[in-house]
Ligand binder design. Sequence first.
Ligand code: PRX
Length: 652
Amino acid sequence: MEEAAVFKNKPLVAPTAKLAQQAPLSVLEASRLLESARNDPLSYWEDIAEELFWYSGWNHTLEGELGNFRYFAGGLSNVSVNCVDRHLSQHANKVAIFYEREDGLREVWSYRQLSAEVNRFAAAMRAMGIAKGDRVAIYMSNIPEVFAVIQACYRIGAIYSVSFAGFSAEAVHDRLLDSQPRLVVVADGSLRRGKVVPLKETLDQALEGIGSVEKVVVVPRLEGSRVVDHPVPMTEGRDVFYADFVAGFGPEFPAEPIEANEPGFIIYTSGTTSKPKGLVHSGIGFLTGAYANVKWALNLQPDDVYWCTADVGWLTFPIFALVGGLAHGATLVAYEGAVDIPNPGRFYEVLGRYRVNKLFTAPTLLRMLRRAGDSYLEHTQDLELISLVGEPLDPETFYWTKDKLGGGQVFVNNTYGQTETGTAWASALVGLTPTKPGSCGHTLPGYVPEVVDEQGLPVGVGELGYLTLKEPFPSLARTIWNNPERYHQTYLSRFSGRYFTADAAAFDEDGQLWVTSRVDDVINVAGHRIGTMELEAALTNHPAVSEAAVVGLPDPIKGSVPLAFVILRAGQQKSSELETELSEQIAQTVGSYARPQRVIISSTFPRTRSGKIMRRLLRDLMVEGQVSGDVSALENPEAIENLRAELGSPTK
Ligand code: PRX
């Protein structure tokens, strides 16, 4: 690959004085730590693990290699003890969660209260017969109970899996079918943009044909609420309300010692096939990684109020709030709904109400705030740190954020990670190391990345190549549920002996990481990862569609948006109604967050000689109005002219 131009002339931006003062090490110690961890990642992870609670220590720090390894083998611990119990002796009354919902509903949960709910729910699950290794599915948004239920699963060793509240019935069904849970915990609904998201009704549809589910626990969050009266459909004998499920159980229930490599949860993520894959993370490995990640990417202080705006259905929230945040005894803001309702002023209002000083979000939110205009800007004076993950951060947004939020005293820490890696492993050491506008920070201790060429040979400094990781680390997903071969095929086969991220990237001369794009068929919409194959499969399931091709189109706020091209079956008529119906088909099958910007019914696709659709050319046509680059593989050049005529003018 060519030399990367993206980081040319980008200055190093030093930590702010305030963050530097709070740093847990001196700058010299930090550079020694980075150096020693590079040479000996195992000792580094041992040191991190020793900051956590263990029932008994491990026999071997690391056994095996990528694809088949065990970290802290034989060590016994429990995530919920680390995230909740550990804080009770000193900080039982400390606020764990400031919860706020879009319609203004608010609740405050202390660590004591969280602990009581975790223990009660764990006891109730155990009484139902849920044991270590059983699956529990969760379909809720960012409500306090989701913290309790997830921590309760960790307490007894049940393997949980959260479905994003924006998923359709079909998407939830696929996940239930794959993970075969015995129990599902669902909220009756959620509020988003003033509308009810009917989670329980959607779940009822998703449950059709899922024989493994014995019980559904319903958390009533809407029924009787002051804004909306939304009766919940309950199935006799199967469904039970949360309060009835936990009735009679006390606030204490012993945690189960869990071996460090036992599975903790399954998280489904999009890839290059039409079905999402269930990544399996170990509970304790993930805890260790998330704990270290929060330590370096946020450096939480006892009085900090910290808001992670991600949804619990995406891994960012467990890493930085639900596990990593709680493991540090943090006071978290959990917000349910859209942050720009009734207008973008709402975001700033929440900051002000809780005096948030650290924020974890995605670049899309900052771009939205920037576009909304500076007239809304207020209550940001407490902000000291904004950490980000999930998608490229453009330098303009970096500078706007740095200059306008926190009175120019905020440090903008872009980080890079993946659902697979379980952590954002590139970041600044907050308060200690610099960043650059648009970079993803540098490699955190404990990780051994390398950018390589087509042959798997390391490229030079500043050269673009394929981003890989060479050594195991505790939070790396261990396998794919029900499909270990697919794990090997997807991550370990492209470059022998390495984990392949499927991202193109470069390290510059200051060690800063620059991630430029995916090299597979995954697009990133507002930080949400969407497999184009998943959308194409949804379209070709429609009886009118013969073939479909989905591409990502640049978008000033969301980074990119999906755009769908379809070819109809013989005898089908093109119409705007059909285009709308096809867009709806994606919302129904995958979820409305994946709705394409437009569905374009066309007569031909540009193809290679082997018949493969050249999606790159479709994207070029939409963006530039013409195709560029190498088109020698094109079998039917006339397709370009046809399409151009059908499309009219480009989108921008
Ligand atoms: O392409 C990279 C992009 O997001 C992908 C990971 O998506 P997901 O698994 O949903 O992320 C969960 C985060 C814990 C990556 O393969 N990505 C992530 N961070 C960045 C990024 N692209 C550019 N810059 C980033 N900072």
